[in-house]
Design a protein around this ligand. Structure first.
Ligand code: SF4
Ligand code: SF4
Length: 237
């Protein structure tokens, strides 16, 4: 299945339950050529908020949980930071991190793209298996996460991987004058029904503020994970 077909089938799936604006549909499918970035710095993160310039509308987002838990139903990959490995290995009752890594994780590599499909980074990290017997060939394919319970709650909520707190944002670090600048943008994979259009970004500012801390801390944690040999990154953007 091509990437576009896979996004289309994801959109068709979420459309059975949620009303998805046709303009949002087209954005996911890369069919809008009037999408521009609006940069808004909140705390230590620069958010790239897309805007449909022909319609003068911003694309903004809010999470629809607990009615929706599609990101856990169709989870593509769960990369772990050093802190995640410490917390989840303890949570799952492993006497050592190495046993946890052997029994519960795979090593996976992937590329991150921005809203427009441009390549941002390549990353290689240790990833938590989404099902007990997940094999490395399933990396990137959507699977229902084994930690999702029947009521839509995460069974390891307080210790869940840092990446689970970030969706649907993708983020990356830019080095400017030797200082790290963290950027974040939306992922348009067809899996999240929370996007909508608005004339203003204002109503999303409190959400961006909340996420700015999560995103900044996650990126610093990934840097440490890489420094300590539990992953590699290759910044392209
Ligand atoms: S982030 Fe999107 S896909 Fe995940 S629960 Fe919220 S609305 Fe659903
Ligand atoms: S670990 Fe929890 S939050 Fe993360 S995908 Fe699984 S169920 Fe969802």
């Amino acid at each position: 299945m091509t990437k576009e077909n896979s996004i289309q089938s994801s959109l068709d799936f979420i459309s059975k339950k949620w009303k998805i604006d046709p303009k949002i549909y087209d954005i996911h499918l890369g069919k809008r050529d009037d999408l521009i970035d609006t940069l808004i710095q909140i705390n230590q993160v620069v958010f790239h908020i897309p805007k449909l310039s022909n319609d003068n509308l911003y694309v903004i987002w809010k999470c629809l949980w607990p009615e929706c838990h599609n990101c856990c139903e169709k989870q593509g990959r769960l990369p772990l930071t050093q802190d995640d490995i410490t917390h989840i290995s303890k949570r799952l009752g492993y006497p050592s991190k190495s046993e946890f890594i052997n029994e519960e994780t795979n090593t996976s590599s992937w590329q991150e793209n921005d809203t427009y499909g441009n390549l941002i980074t390549f990353l290689t990290m240790i990833s938590l298996r989404r099902k007990k017997n997940e094999n490395p060939e399933e990396d990137g394919y959507p699977l229902k996460c084994r930690f999702l319970d029947n009521d839509g709650y995460c069974k390891i909520q307080d210790d869940k991987p840092g990446v689970c707190w970030l969706y649907p944002f993708a983020s990356w670090i830019e080095s400017r004058d030797g200082k790290p600048i963290v950027h974040a943008t939306f992922q348009f994979t067809g899996d999240c029904p929370g996007y909508y259009l608005s004339k203003s970004i204002d109503e999303m500012v409190p959400i961006l503020s909340d996420y700015s801390f999560k995103i900044y801390n996650y990126n610093m944690s990934v840097s440490r994970t890489i420094r300590e040999g539990l992953g590699v990154t290759n910044i392209i953007y």
